[in-house]
Design a protein around this ligand. Sequence first.
Ligand code: NAP
Length: 180
Amino acid sequence: MPVTISLYICSSSDGFIADKSGGVGWLPPMGDEAQKNYEDYFASVDMVIMGSRSYQKVLSFGMGSNYWPYEGKMSWVFTKQDLKLERDDVKVTSEDPVTFVDRLNAATPPINKVWLMGGAELTKSFAAANLIDEVILFTVNKAIGEGIPLGVDLTPFDQVDEGVMGEEFKFKIYRRKNTA
Ligand SMILES: NC(=O)c1ccc[n+]([C@@H]2O[C@H](COP(=O)([O-])OP(=O)(O)OC[C@H]3O[C@@H](n4cnc5c(N)ncnc54)[C@H](OP(=O)(O)O)[C@@H]3O)[C@@H](O)[C@H]2O)c1
């Protein structure tokens, strides 16, 4: 089975994944239901991938400590920079998304599912290459007016589920239309 590329991400009600300085302080704390959903989702993936700006944002949450929230999974950071990495479980790639996914599909043992963590720029490059298989899109009931829009065209996807997650989040799940 080819690897599943899964986007699991949260936006404001007006479609932004971060404010204009890249901040996500407008996201509400996760309640028990959302936390459990995240833990189950994280357990279901083999790998986490992200753009370099998202990587830097995650590191900033640790305020200089050795904070890394994706321990136990291999993470790949997409960048053209020569980033200095401190951990064996985080690697960088400058491959284009198609080459990257081809490499995953040839890997032994097989890689089943990858969390495309964000941000918008990396997500759009995967979407442009038609590489996203599922989208799990959370929305909070708060407009932030400006910022970094997710900006992914959901036309190539079928919505397969929707609901609420605790009091904080609504969600919709989309799967790529079967074009075979
Ligand atoms: N709300 C949420 O759930 C959520 C989730 C994730 C992230 N975020 C937010 O998203 C923001 C960052 O998003 P963003 O769109 O500005 O940036 P991003 O996608 O995280 O990173 C963009 C950078 O990644 C590298 N890159 C992207 N596509 C590439 C490709 N195909 N090949 C090689 N390198 C590639 C480039 O880095 P170089 O310039 O280093 O080459 C590019 O400048 C952060 O502020 C974060 O807080 C929010």
